[in-house]
Design a protein around this ligand. Structure first.
Ligand SMILES: *Cc1c(COP(=O)(O)O)cnc(C)c1O
Length: 367
């Protein structure tokens, strides 16, 4: 059977490994497994969110409110925007897909950093758009400017902070870059880890209100999967001028969010304290990952997210380490598929991190 030509070049996205895999393959019991491979919130989500999911479970027979009024209203309040500036997606992942499908065809070009969130490239390839990557792995704003004027892309992705490397462009550089783009270029600001960056340094924070006030050709993506601890509920959002949201709504299927996910996200926005406490703990634990790296002479990329990337040069193999850890019940992310010998580790709870440090020590001392 023949499929769409574009699929020939595509490989299936390798998602972060689940706990179930280690239970099945190595017989490790679930409570012993430390899952630090998918940048989830290791502290869970707000207790009031769990309560809201429980109380609303009896609504499961109903389709959700497709206008998503209540969630949009809460987001509008949080960001001082109008409801017409908001679209909700099954993860912000789905909004990336809406943007590419709304804007691109086989003649389109999409500019991104060499090493960034893999889904940009996957959705771009599905459409058959041309992918243009900057030479450096990380976001280099000068390279973005040069490549932008050379290739005149239809979409530019800026992942701020960047997953999987952790670096984060300065707001002033981002704004200056956008100001030099053509009104017909859609600049996508992926803010999946903005909460963490903003808590560390206000200059790294992008205020969506300011972004939308200054520019017409931008969309800001946020998610409940990381700081808010709702990865399993699949819910994210896009904030953009109304004419962009209108276009995306033509792509959005009805009821793209489950009714329980909507209740969960609404409740999560009422408990920002929970989020702030998690962020502070993460920042504190991150320092221990930096000291650990210094102690064992491992290079790392200073991170603005909830994860840290250790790079090994030729010292260790990221794949060998990741596979060895799996058998010991620890899941981290091997970045081999991105073409770098490095691992990305989600900053866990203190006791999870202690366990991982002990395992890493074992591994390094065997080498
Ligand atoms: C996790 C992540 C997302 C979106 O995740 P969803 O669960 O689909 O909301 C988007 N961009 C980046 C860079 C991410 O790391």
């Amino acid at each position: 059977m023949n499929f769409n030509e574009e699929l020939k070049e595509l490989v299936v996205y390798e998602a972060g490994k689940p706990i179930e895999l280690l239970v099945r393959e190595f017989g490790i019991s679930p409570e012993e497994i430390i899952k630090l491979g998918s940048n989830e919130n290791p502290y869970g989500c707000s207790p009031s969110v769990i309560e809201a999911i429980r109380t609303n479970a009896k609504m499961a027979n109903f389709y959700p409110d497709d206008s998503m009024f209540e969630l949009k209203e809460r987001l509008a309040n949080k960001y001082c925007l109008d409801l017409k500036n908001i679209i909700i997606g099954s993860g912000s992942d789905q909004i990336i897909e809406f943007c590419i499908r709304a804007k691109c065809n086989q003649k389109s070009r999409i500019l991104m950093a060499k090493t960034t969130f893999a889904m940009y490239e996957i959705y771009a390839r599905q459409i058959g758009a041309e992918i243009i990557k900057t030479p450096s792995h990380h976001h280099d704003i000068l390279e973005f400017k040069q490549m932008y004027s050379e290739y005149k892309p239809d979409i530019v992705f800026l992942c701020i902070p960047n997953n999987p490397l952790g670096e984060c462009l300065e707001k002033s550089d981002v704004f200056e870059f956008i100001s030099q783009t053509h009104p017909d270029t859609l600049v996508i600001i992926d803010g999946a880890y903005q909460e963490f960056a903003f808590a560390k340094n206000k200059n790294k924070g992008i205020d969506p209100k300011e972004l939308l006030t200054r520019f017409e050709n931008v969309i800001y993506l946020g998610t409940f999967s990381k700081a808010y601890g709702l990865g399993g509920m699949r819910i994210g959002y896009g904030l953009a001028p109304a004419f962009i949201i209108n276009a995306l709504n033509k792509i959005r299927p009805p009821f793209n969010i489950s009714i329980l996910s909507l209740f969960a996200a609404i409740e999560a926005l009422k408990d920002e304290d929970f989020v702030q406490v998690c962020i502070q703990k993460t920042i504190k634990e991150m320092l221990r990952y930096e000291s650990f790296a210094h102690q064992y002479d491992i290079s790392f990329i200073p991170s603005w997210g909830n994860f840290i990337t250790y790079t090994f040069d030729n010292k260790y193999s990221s794949t060998e380490l990741s596979n060895w850890l799996l058998k010991k019940g620890a899941i981290i992310r091997d970045l081999k598929s991105y073409g770098i010998n490095a691992v990305r580790i989600t900053i866990g709870r203190m006791e999870q991190n202690n366990k991982l440090f002990a395992l890493l020590k074992d591994f390094f001392s065997q080498k």
